[in-house]
Design a protein around this ligand. Structure first.
Ligand code: ADP
Ligand code: MG
Length: 356
């Protein structure tokens, strides 16, 4: 278990990380997600003990890593970091992958077996004699992954492992990462700006925005119950409507959004300034009337329709813009197009209300 308490990092006047708290249980995958410049790489470098924090603590299994140089070096031996830009040395792929074993004094025969197995795991069997510098970016990334896994680290740190790859290579590298994680039974902390990647690979997601850890939870919680407007925007909730709670009855609140009222579920009290978050897939469109179970019904005109494969993203002007995501098939059945007048509805339980 890795415990991070009140960790801050300042460069001159620039506070890059501010009061970070994070618990990473053993044998789990944590994704640190956040936009570019939010401090993800800096946090990984601090966890890797490459760099010291301005203040705060990091401990591994209850032992403070920053208490002495011996403790720091001991912890560093147990982990490995794979940087965003894959680093390969001159020499062969074999030399690259065996590097960590060599400096750890591994015997030759075991070493060959481990290296070949690692190459097989990252789908690079037969590449051992290739010059590492002649590899493509994606292949180099996989060599870096193999080099990290051969030493069987207790903690594997990955910085944006697919940041510069095309979608096909991204899917492949993600698969390989999942395979490496499964084989090593190791603890992983990875940084990514890709929410969907976090959801695919991680048990726990930590949302880092502007150097602050805004929310830590499982992917479902982060995706469906963002705790702030910033997190909601980052995880792709497209309908974030600002308003004030006008009334409350048995957990059901009415939120005034301009001259409109949206019904939702919240513990907050009347008068509270809130944002009502509605996932576009929660919005149902019809030509006449809404299903009676939907608490919220608005009439409006379609202002835009963008097709993304099997789904269509429809924007409706209901006096406020509302985005709906519906299947291409139902868009065709309803004969929807720009200027069509529709009825948009969503249940009160589909409205997630956050403060501010
Ligand atoms: P991310 O990985 O989320 O894109 P980084 O951790 O790389 O974010 O950077 C966060 C901020 O910290 C940036 O504004 C960056 O300019 C600043 N920063 C990072 N490293 C240094 C450094 N060595 N000196 C000064 N500023 C730095
Ligand atoms: Mg980075």
């Amino acid at each position: 278990m890795i415990t991070i308490r009140d960790l801050s990092k300042r460069y001159d006047d620039n506070t890059v990380l501010n009061g970070i708290n994070l618990d990473v249980p053993t044998h789990t995958v944590t994704a640190i997600i956040g936009p570019s410049g939010s401090g993800k790489t800096t946090l990984l470098r601090l966890i890797d003990l490459l760099e010291g924090p301005t203040s705060g603590e990091i401990s591994f299994d209850g032992v403070g890593a920053l208490t002495s140089e011996d403790a720091r070096l001991e912890m560093r031996r147990r982990m490995v970091i794979v940087f965003q830009k894959p680093v390969v040395f001159s020499g062969s792929v074999y030399d690259n992958v065996s590097y960590g074993l060599k400096i750890r004094g591994q015997g030759r025969r075991d070493m060959r077996e481990k290296v070949l197995h690692a190459l097989e795991t990252v789908d690079l069997s037969g590449y051992e004699n290739r010059r590492a510098r002649t590899l493509s970016w994606g292949e180099a990334q996989r060599v870096a992954l193999a080099r990290a896994m051969v030493i069987e680290p207790e903690l594997l740190l990955l910085d944006e492992p697919t940041a510069n790859l095309d979608p096909v290579s991204t899917a492949r590298v993600e698969q390989l990462i999942a395979r490496v994680i499964g084989e090593l039974h190791t603890t992983v902390i990875m940084a990514t700006h890709d929410m969907a990647q976090g959801q695919r690979l991680a048990d726990q997601i930590a949302v880092l925005i502007g150097g602050e850890m805004l929310q830590v939870g499982n992917p479902g919680e982060i995706f469906n119950l963002p705790n702030s407007m910033q997190v909601a925007h980052f995880v792709g909730v497209e309908n974030v409507l600002e308003g004030v709670i006008a009334s409350k009855e048995q957990g059901l609140v009415n939120v005034s959004i301009g001259s409109h009222v949206i019904e939702g579920i919240s513990d907050l009290e009347p008068g509270a300034e809130v944002s009502a978050c509605i996932r576009p897939e929660e919005v149902i469109l019809s030509l006449t009337q809404a299903p009676t179970s939907a608490g919220n019904t608005f009439y409006g005109t379609i202002t835009s329709m963008v097709s993304t494969g099997p789904l269509v993203r429809v924007v409706i002007d209901c006096g406020f813009p509302l985005v709906a995501l519906i299947t291409t098939r139902s868009a065709q059945e309803l004969e929807l197009k720009r200027e069509t007048r529709v009825c948009a509805s969503f249940k009160a339980t589909g409205v997630h209300i956050v403060k501010g």
